[in-house]
Write a new protein. Structure first.
Length: 178
């Protein structure tokens, strides 16, 4: 796709399921967003989110739209798992404000320069980032599943299988009879 020539080999342009996708390094994130808005006409900011890519990175994805031609564009960058920082897109697209706050809260990606990077959805005092793949869902261990998952687990006389912990829960965590 033309239009990204200015970024040269710093941008990787591909096609995924009919949508154009542009990948850049975190240092080129704001330049890519500004180029898409100002020079290519992608004036509508649709959404932004994170994707946990264990063990080493998160992918931050933004979806923008050009109303005149009805074209969509996916913009992506990868930030390291151990220090997930990215410049805030709020100065380019005001609509990124809420999405960056959600991504910060759910994945722990820090958007530097964001005007109000505070928790948005979770209750006060919540610890952790629930959309990270290494987040342990405590409710799976603290409260038993209410229904039968396997034959014999309903308690109606059939032999019971050995109880196991839910996926992603460490063996030494939770109730001792699990």
């Amino acid at each position: 796709m033309t239009g990204f020539d200015r970024l040269g080999d710093r941008a990787e342009v591909s096609d995924t399921f009919g949508d154009t996708v542009v990948d850049v390094a975190p240092a080129d994130w704001i330049e890519l967003l500004t180029l898409a808005r100002d020079e290519l006409g992608y004036a509508f900011f649709d959404w932004l989110t994170g994707v946990d890519e264990p063990p080493d990175s998160f992918t931050v994805v933004a979806h923008v739209y050009r109303p005149e031609s009805r074209e969509r564009l996916l913009l992506r960058t990868r930030v390291p798992h151990d220090d997930p920082r990215l410049p805030s897109a709020v100065g380019v697209y005001r609509g990124a404000d809420w999405h960056e706050r959600e991504t910060y809260e759910m994945f722990g990606v820090i958007f530097e320069g964001h005007p109000n990077l505070v928790p948005l959805l979770l209750p006060d005092g919540f610890e952790g980032h629930p959309l990270r793949k290494d987040f342990i869902l405590a409710a799976r261990v603290a409260k038993p599943w209410p229904g039968a998952k396997e034959p014999g687990e309903s308690g109606h006389g059939a032999p019971s299988r050995r109880k196991t912990l839910p996926p992603g829960v460490p063996a030494d965590w939770g109730a001792s009879d699990a």
